[in-house]
Design a protein around this ligand. Structure first.
Ligand SMILES: Cc1cc2nc3c(=O)[nH]c(=O)nc-3n(C[C@H](O)[C@H](O)[C@H](O)COP(=O)(O)O)c2cc1C
Length: 231
């Protein structure tokens, strides 16, 4: 692999892209788009979002120390982008987008009903970093489209048609897994049906790219071999 030195920006990609809802202490609701979001702890369940202090959402969240993360369905890609390029200072984005807001159950912040997953959070600490402040929050509970749960109650997020964000562009999440946790060391064959196809495909591709062009010497001996065979 030929590598090129690249400038020192954060190119950790792809990342989730989410719509964050908040409510001010005066009861005004807002939504904005966040890509700098991450899982930071299993127990207690915690996540983080990074927010620039100039955002209206920054003010609301700092006031109440609560917010809800809404994972957008791919048909909400345009809405997700819009909520990230317009501020609630200028207009009511929730009204503009026609979102159905449902009151939260663990916090006093509504969630977007059209999003298949909404995660209610309470801020535990705020760490100023530079352009952004890091909001570290505990997950208090979530609301999930019941279609994403199978008959055993297993969460099947791949059915959610979620989107992610990669270097300035939105992408749909693939439905077919190409592996699962621990499959590389599993004794039994992986149950995921596409694994074998994907592996076969990538192996055959690797085979093709690894086929070297014959050297001049090899070509010459090939030719003379052919001639000999003709005789
Ligand atoms: C794809 C995308 C990702 C974004 N990620 C962040 C982010 O992680 N943190 C942030 O402060 N702003 C982020 N923004 C910008 C805000 O969403 C944007 O400034 C928004 O208008 C703020 O709205 P508000 O003033 O109503 O809070 C992002 C915008 C887009 C389009």
């Amino acid at each position: 692999m030929k590598k090129t030195k690249f400038k020192g920006s954060v190119i950790l990609n792809p990342v989730p892209v989410v719509m964050v809802t908040s409510r001010s202490s005066e009861g005004k609701d807002n939504v904005f788009t966040v890509a700098w979001a991450g899982t930071v702890c299993t127990t207690p369940p915690m996540l983080s979002i990074s927010i620039r202090p100039e955002r209206l959402s920054y003010e609301y969240i700092k006031e109440t120390m609560q917010f809800t993360i809404n994972l957008p369905h791919r048909r909400l890609t345009k809405e997700t982008d819009y909520c990230g390029v317009r501020s609630g200072r200028q207009l009511d984005k929730i009204k503009e987008m026609g979102f159905t807001m449902v009151e939260g159950t663990h916090i006093d912040v509504p969630y977007i009903d059209e999003c298949p997953v909404s995660i209610e959070c309470k801020v535990k600490s705020i760490v100023p970093l530079g352009t952004h402040d890091l909001f570290i929050a505990e997950v208090m509970g979530s609301h999930i489209d019941s279609k994403l749960l199978d008959e055993n109650g297993k969460l099947c997020l791949e059915k959610g048609n979620l989107i992610n964000y990669c270097h300035g562009e939105y992408y749909p999440m693939a439905k077919d897994a190409i592996g699962k946790f621990g499959f590389s060391v599993a004794k039994n064959k992986p149950e995921i049906k596409n694994i074998s196809n994907v592996e076969k495909k990538s192996e055959s591709q690797r085979g093709k790219s690894e086929k070297k062009k014959p050297s001049k010497k090899a070509k010459k001996s090939l030719k003379s071999g052919k001639k000999k065979n003709k005789k």
